[in-house]
Design a protein. Structure first.
Length: 440
């Protein structure tokens, strides 16, 4: 079943269950809160694909005292006596939820602080493994780094010492992000504007003491939902942003489609954990968003310590409302002249931007070599190495020869063909590039 179908089922289920709960008088607030936790658990269960050993439970993560409202977990945990609560090791926890009937500022702060120790425990476990020479797989983090920065990253954790300290910091964050549990704060009601939700989160961060509170990028929630508005982290699960003024936009906001965003985040985690494709479907809509936090890496060469400085974007509500409709997905497109770059990369590991071949392509396309370089890197299927060599970064790239000339390319063949069909564009053939270094 495609993601659009799943989202429609969950939305209908939530609407009906909230209606039932609302019709019943309940003065006991913990019981009312538990009712909304059950709605979240049952709705998320509908998004889990068949055939994998995943469960939605309430309970505890071993090593932490606080109960978790809702967890998506792998395998069999230890049941707590005769209750319906379970204990799981953090390595088997994919997603954790904090559920609020109405998300206000106090609830946002309490939910954040409830989830922050999970990030701390995951961080400690992660570096405990590093100390024992159990290095993580950096394949996906490598790709996300390259798509965000336009630069080729190192291939493995053991090679981080060979790149710049700031690049090593970013690779470390992206790698941990893929391995840590996804953290979701699910508010059924709450803020009436996107600006209000953004501002509440910024107020909370500003009031934090960095020496006490966990406000690192990895500690930030992956998704915060408040009725029809959301904040989400752009660290690869599944959102990969473009850098803004050489800064990494690590948090953004959106309006509407909050259940779809939630399913996208959960499916991305499942896909990463099991290394399996998910039935995303052929949807061509791309939700728009507005950057909230931009992260700048800082590194003290003398003390050999680094950290992140957050820059904020604080537009008012009218600005956020403007031009915020969903845009249409489109593949990377290469004209008749520049498509020769794709042909070159079929048989060569990279294209040299200082070569006569590259200069000839730019002249035939009628653009400068710098503009050609920029266009190639903006495609998100290529990145640059050593400030000179451009190569594919995706494990698989599907390339279609267009009848009208040029080529269209993407790693998503379903969307690629759906786009051709919608635009009524005919293709005359195809190629598939498989990067054996990136396919496990």
């Amino acid at each position: 079943m495609m993601i659009k179908n799943i989202v429609e089922i969950i939305e209908a289920f939530i609407e009906k269950e909230i209606e039932i709960v609302s019709e019943q008088e309940m003065g006991h607030m913990p019981t009312l809160g538990e009712a909304y936790e059950c709605i979240t658990k049952d709705s998320i269960s509908k998004a889990i694909p068949n055939g994998i050993n995943l469960h939605v439970v309430s309970g505890f993560i071993n090593g932490l005292p606080e109960q978790i409202d809702c967890m998506l977990v792998h395998g069999e945990g230890v049941r707590y006596g005769r209750t319906d609560k379970y204990f799981y090791d953090i390595e088997n926890v994919l997603v954790v939820f904090e559920v609020k009937k109405t998300l206000n500022k106090l609830d946002l702060v309490s939910a954040y602080k409830q989830l922050a120790p999970i990030s701390k425990l995951a961080h400690d476990k992660f570096f405990e493994g590093i100390d024992n020479n159990n290095f993580p797989d950096c394949t996906d983090a490598h790709r996300h780094f390259s798509q965000i920065t336009g630069r080729i990253a190192v291939n493995s954790w053991s090679e981080l010492d060979y790149c710049s300290p700031k690049d090593a910091m970013m690779m470390s964050v992206l790698t941990q992000e893929l391995l840590f549990p996804v953290k979701i704060i699910h508010g059924y009601g709450g803020y009436s504007t996107e600006y209000g939700l953004r501002n509440a989160f910024l107020d909370f961060l500003e009031a934090c003491d960095p020496k006490v509170d966990h406000v690192s990028i990895n500690a930030l929630p992956n998704l915060i939902v408040s009725e029809r508005f959301s904040l989400f982290k752009t660290a690869g699960l599944p959102f990969v942003p473009d850098c803004v003024d050489d800064l990494w936009p690590v948090m953004a906001s959106s309006r509407d489609n909050v259940i779809e965003l939630m399913v996208e985040v959960i499916w991305s985690k499942i896909s990463s954990f099991y290394n399996r494709a998910m039935p995303w479907g052929e949807d061509l809509n791309v939700d728009s968003c507005a950057a909230l936090l931009l992260a700048e890496p800082l590194f003290d060469n003398y003390a050999q310590v680094g950290g992140w400085k957050y820059h904020t974007r604080e537009p008012k509500e009218p600005t956020l409302q403007e031009a915020r409709e969903s845009s249409e997905w489109r593949p990377a497109f290469f004209g008749k002249s520049t498509s020769s770059i794709l042909m070159h990369l079929q048989y060569n590991p990279h294209v040299d931007t200082q070569s006569d071949f590259f200069k000839g392509v730019s002249e035939e396309a009628g653009i400068s070599t710098q503009d050609l370089r920029r266009d190639l890197l903006s495609s998100k299927i290529m990145a640059e190495e050593y400030g000179r060599y451009i190569r594919f970064i995706l494990p698989v790239v599907h390339m279609l020869f267009l009848k009208e000339g040029g080529m269209a390319a993407s790693d998503d063949i379903d969307r690629l063909e759906a786009w051709l069909s919608k635009k009524q564009i005919e293709s005359e053939g195809r190629m598939v590039f498989v990067n054996m270094d990136r396919v496990s």
